[in-house]
Design a protein around this ligand. Structure first.
Ligand code: PEP
Length: 251
């Protein structure tokens, strides 16, 4: 089954509203009229509304970097799914390794966030990936399996099909160190096996798995040409329209 390539930019805690509008304009100019690849940008919460205005008539979709699972109430500092919907968000990144490492994200909170997002009609980008120690000690498969099973616990097949998975080896995020195309593909094939076990082969074959970890114009083509790499979640290179464009249209 053909899976359409999906490139998403995660701007992390970068850009003021003014910077975000300028960057979004650059992205729309560079890739906003093509439709060979699905494209999303995920600015910080405070810039979502302004960036929505910039992308609204283009093929660039809006994403958020996280969400809380509760519907509303006394959760100071948090943002819920309804708020993201009301500002025009389509995708939401859930379980990013920075959330897992610095902000107590667990497989259980990832699962709650996915359930809440799906219920609200948001499309989750579910991040998984092993640390360097885990890879070195031969635990990549065990870690990725636990994270995948934990994320999708209790999620129906129909809902799982709305999710994208981002395999992001933690040792490759923001380090300049990239997984080799073979390492990335091997992990993606393994994740797809777990999805086939959780759901069925057809579902596993139709779900998109992005690679994330220092993807840039120079390595995107090779990574994206792997059989099971269906796109990228891009950090650093998403902050420059020309680099992001070089990943959407890799040469
Ligand atoms: C990310 O944060 O999801 C990421 C992949 O970052 P970078 O591209 O900078 O490694």
């Amino acid at each position: 089954m053909a899976r359409k390539t999906f490139i998403a930019g995660n701007w992390k805690m970068n850009t003021t509203i003014e910077d975000a509008v300028a960057l979004a304009k650059g992205v729309v100019e560079a890739v906003g009229s093509q439709d060979a690849v699905d494209v999303a940008i995920c600015p910080p919460y405070v810039s979502l509304a302004a960036v929505k205005d910039v992308v609204k008539d283009s093929n660039v979709k809006l994403g958020a970097q996280d969400v809380h699972w509760e519907k509303m109430g006394a959760f100071t500092g948090k943002v819920c799914c309804g708020m993201l919907k009301s500002v025009g968000v389509t995708y939401v990144i859930i379980g990013h390794s920075e959330q897992r490492t610095y902000f107590h994200e667990t497989d259980s909170t990832v699962n709650k966030k996915i359930q809440a997002a799906l219920k609200a009609g948001l499309l989750p980008i579910v991040c998984i990936g092993e640390t360097l120690d885990e890879r070195k000690s031969g635990k990549m498969e065990a870690v990725v399996e636990t994270q995948t099973r934990g994320a999708f616990e209790g999620i129906s097949r129909e809902d799982a099909l709305k999710c994208t998975i981002a395999y992001e080896p933690v040792w490759a995020i923001g380090t300049g160190e990239t997984a080799t195309p073979e390492q990335a593909n091997e992990a993606h094939v393994f994740v797809r096996k777990i999805l086939a076990d959780l759901y069925d082969e057809e579902s596993a074959q139709s779900m998109r798995i992005q690679y994330g970890g220092s993807m840039k114009p120079g390595n995107a083509k090779e990574l994206l040409s792997q059989s099971d790499v269906d796109g990228g979640l891009i950090g650093g290179a998403a902050l420059k329209p020309e680099l992001f464009e070089g990943i959407v249209n890799p040469k």
